[in-house]
Design a binder for this molecule. Structure first.
Ligand code: HEC
Length: 471
């Protein structure tokens, strides 16, 4: 009897220890999977598992489909394959982690994430108070002020709105035919420098076409006449070549200089090995054209019969920020790197900025595609970010309303949900500060005609004016 009891206890104890060990292993695997998710996935999918799991699953959320998606990626959609980075067991742990997330996630609304406070501390003598110009919209992209200070904003969905002095919102019709297509849609907006006399307005957008069974898109730059609440006389000035099935890396920022030259960016469209280093296509480039789309005769590759004549600089990945520095009239650019290696550059004609031959970044799955950060004949960035902040719009603080910040550079961070302030000295970023932390994905920033900084934030689409208030 005793023996049986003893045996029973031993068995029970053994089972208990095994179960503890399994639990411990499970917890360890879970922690490792969580860390793997943060390092490898959150850059594109967001840091919060809730935001990732509570979505409409397009490719299935059963263990097997999740496994396939992670292991092999989603071809042209921009979801990388992780088969070289993780073992099958590690992928299974990730699947388990995601599935736990699915089970534990209540209804996740982005509203919960919206700002709880309307005042943000800064390191300056003043804090920043948010003045809401507009809220409750979809994903905003470009913004520009009319001469009467009314604000025009584009939404990736394809809509263009005007916000008047009373902060009423009117939709402006007649713009390009587009829709949200991955990262593309209706994107940037700029006015002609002589807008008051010619009413010309420029837009960048994802031009979409169906070819056989495939839907293809490319970046296009279009000119319109602004006629009150609608656009007329639409004309595509540039349709970037080639079209691609891939719905990402459109670039699309537009900027005019005072002489009426129009600069715009086109991303590499996900074809890094064929596009950015070759001059026979528009992608992975900054371009310069006249206001009617014609080619300035002093463009750097004019006369090179194999080159696209509008190319101004090349070797770019996905440039989504362009701004002229008011203190030296140089064109500043920022671009998304891969995993790490987001850059700020000063754009000069004919220069190769190196993508993908040189970079501070690595592949999404952690593998290396280049070990070089500089090479003869290629310009190194003026500044870079590791990890990637996913920079979007940027502007200089061309205003005296923010003492000590005059002429500093502001860069919107989509990924980390803040506005990055960069102090620049002798062409170097010597100080950075994260402003408006956790405000939401910051899409764009502009100094308005009233001297205030305006930021465009996602989830929900909002525009805030930043009021400095004495501490
Ligand atoms: C470079 C950006 C990027 C990275 C890094 C990335 N993904 Fe993705 N992922 C995407 C895109 C883009 C899609 C496709 C979304 C769509 O179809 O709309 C996607 C889709 C998915 C899906 C399918 C979602 C659905 O709707 O069915 C899963 C699951 C997924 N990713 C998991 C991961 C995991 C896990 C990691 C990290 C190991 C990761 N992803 C890293 C961009 C990324």
């Amino acid at each position: 009897m005793k023996r049986i009891l003893l045996l029973g206890t031993t068995l029970w104890l053994g089972a208990w220890m095994v179960s503890c060990q399994t639990q411990e292993k499970q917890q360890k695997d879970f922690r490792a999977a969580k860390e793997r998710f943060t390092t490898n996935c959150s850059g594109c999918h967001g840091a919060q598992m809730e935001a990732f799991t509570d979505r409409k699953w397009k490719h299935g959320n059963e263990p097997d489909s999740l496994f396939q998606t992670i292991k092999y990626g989603l071809g042209d959609l921009g979801m990388p394959s992780f088969q070289n980075a993780f073992t099958d067991e590690e992928i299974q742990d990730l699947v388990a982690y995601i599935r736990t997330g699915i089970e534990n996630t209540g209804q996740y609304t982005f509203e919960e994430e919206t700002i709880r406070s309307d005042t943000f501390e800064t390191s300056a003598e003043f804090d920043l108070k948010l003045d809401t110009v507009y809220s409750g919209g979809a994903v905003p992209w470009g913004m520009v002020f009319l001469p009467n200070s009314e604000l025009l904003i584009t939404e990736v969905s394809g809509r263009l709105y005007k916000i008047n002095a009373q902060r009423e919102k009117t939709e402006i019709s007649g713009g390009p035919e587009t829709r949200a297509f991955g990262q593309g849609g209706l994107m940037d907006i700029e006015l002609h420098p002589d807008f008051e006399t010619n009413q010309l307005l420029y837009l960048s957008y994802a031009k979409i076409k169906v070819d056989g069974g495939d839907t293809l898109a490319t970046t296009a730059i279009a000119k319109y006449k602004y006629a009150g609440d609608r656009l007329t006389d639409g004309e595509d000035l540039v349709v970037a070549m080639p079209y691609s099935k891939k719905p990402y890396h459109f670039g699309s920022r537009i900027e005019f200089d005072d002489d009426g030259y129009l600069y715009f960016s086109v991303g590499d469209r996900g074809s890094r090995d064929t596009n950015p280093q070759n001059l026979d296509n528009h992608c992975g480039k900054i371009h310069r054209i006249h206001d009617d789309g014609s080619i300035p005769m002093d463009n750097p590759f004019v006369g090179d019969s194999t080159a696209i004549q509008s190319i101004y600089s090349y070797g770019h990945r996905n440039p989504q920020g362009l701004a002229f520095n008011p203190s030296d009239d140089q064109l500043w650019e920022n671009e998304h790197g891969p995993r790490g290696g987001d850059e700020i550059n000063i754009i000069q004609p004919g220069i190769n900025y190196g993508w993908p031959e040189v970079s501070y970044g690595i592949n999404y799955d952690g593998t290396i595609f280049t070990s070089d950060t500089t090479r003869q004949g290629m310009h190194a960035p003026l500044h870079y970010w590791v990890p990637s902040i996913a920079p979007c719009g940027m502007d200089f603080i061309d205003s005296t309303l923010y003492p000590q910040w005059e002429n500093q550079l502001l860069v919107a961070s989509l990924r980390f949900k803040y506005l990055n302030r960069c102090k620049i000295q002798n062409g170097k970023v010597i100080e950075e500060e994260k402003l408006l932390q956790n405000i939401g994905r910051v899409r764009n920033v502009k100094t308005g005609p009233d001297g205030y900084i305006y930021v465009a934030v996602e989830q929900p689409g909002s525009i805030f004016r930043l009021i400095p208030i004495q501490k």
